[in-house]
Design a protein around this ligand. Structure first.
Ligand code: SF4
Length: 317
């Protein structure tokens, strides 16, 4: 069978997008070539905002399933496509609806703040959603005496708890990329590059967060490298974000923080990297795989996401 070049797929994707009035939303953790063909590249918060406000008939999500589901929840009238349905998320998978319901019953009377990295079923069980860009502000927007459940990322939950001092019970989930960064290897890298700043995503474990010069969401990290005057950064999040950092500031150096297991590509999300140019082309051509959600779950999940978006808008996030 004849194999097509990447250029061929790019040409065809552009043609199909125009023909079908489709947009491609890509997460910062996609490969650089996919980020470059997207109509919009961003983190989970920005991509949700884009999904809710655009005039396309089709949204193709170059990201993972919970993100495409969030787009469908916010734009149920649109066709939302995900090029590979196996593009899941170890963090979302760590929080199953049955177990979460038991957890809620065991911790009654608490407001349920859930990170966007969850299935539609978990969102439907939540009071308010957050992303790593707004988690601290969302919790701070609640009355000071409100007791809170935070799920599913224990590291982000712990970060929010330390920042806000609120009464928070945290679900014990983690992301397979962010929990893998090695403190020892990061410190070795810093020794070899003493002028480098260590920039860290809040999903990383506490010892890694403790040596950070700056902690923030992917957008916040990108913004930091934009404004900061250092020449070199050790970047402790999924390595895909480095593509945007290099595009914006090509003269700076960005060193991906090393994972514990130096023989694996653990600083890359294996789920995100399931999306390829060929799969995007086939998905747009055939208009499948498509995201379908149970209507009741979709409507229940809409409320906590909209609540987050309203608060984010009010706070200018
Ligand atoms: S990087 Fe982690 S949290 Fe993000 S999609 Fe991959 S597994 Fe999920």
């Amino acid at each position: 069978m004849k194999t097509q070049t990447s250029d061929h797929y790019i040409t065809e994707i552009k043609r199909l997008k125009a023909e079908k009035n489709a947009v491609i939303l890509a997460h910062f953790y996609q490969t650089g070539d996919i980020q470059d063909i997207a109509d919009f590249v961003g983190d989970s918060l920005a991509l949700s905002q884009k999904a809710a406000a655009n005039s396309a008939d089709i949204i193709l999500f170059a990201g993972v399933k919970f993100m495409a589901e969030t787009a469908k929840i916010l734009a149920p009238e649109k066709k939302v496509l995900l090029p590979d349905m196996n593009a899941g998320c170890s963090l979302a998978d760590s929080c199953k609806a049955d177990d979460f319901e038991k957890f809620l019953k065991a911790n009654p009377g608490r407001t349920v703040v859930t990170y966007v990295n969850t299935s539609a079923e978990i969102k439907a069980l939540s009071d308010i959603i957050c992303t790593s860009s707004n988690a601290v502000q969302i919790v701070e927007s609640l009355p000071a005496d409100e007791k809170i459940i935070f799920a599913p990322d224990r590291n982000l939950g712990n970060y929010v708890l330390n920042k806000t001092g609120r009464d928070i019970v945290i679900w014990n989930g983690t992301c397979h990329v962010h929990e893998e960064f090695s403190l020892e290897a990061i410190l070795r890298m810093k020794k070899e590059n003493p002028d480098a700043k260590i920039i860290v995503h809040p999903e990383c474990e506490l010892p890694v967060r403790m040596v950070a010069d700056f902690i923030g969401s992917t957008s916040a990290l990108l913004n930091f490298t934009r404004k900061d005057e250092s020449k070199t950064y050790i970047v402790a999040t999924e390595a895909g974000i480095i593509h945007q950092m290099k595009k914006e500031n090509p003269l700076k150096n960005y060193l991906p923080a090393p994972p514990r297991d130096s023989t694996c590509g653990c600083s890359e999300c294996s789920f995100m990297k399931l999306i390829t140019m060929e799969k995007i082309y086939r998905c747009l051509l055939n208009e499948k795989p498509e995201i379908h959600l149970d209507k009741e779950i979709l409507l229940k999940a809409q409320k906590p996401i909209r609540r987050m978006m309203e608060i984010s808008e009010k706070l200018g996030l």
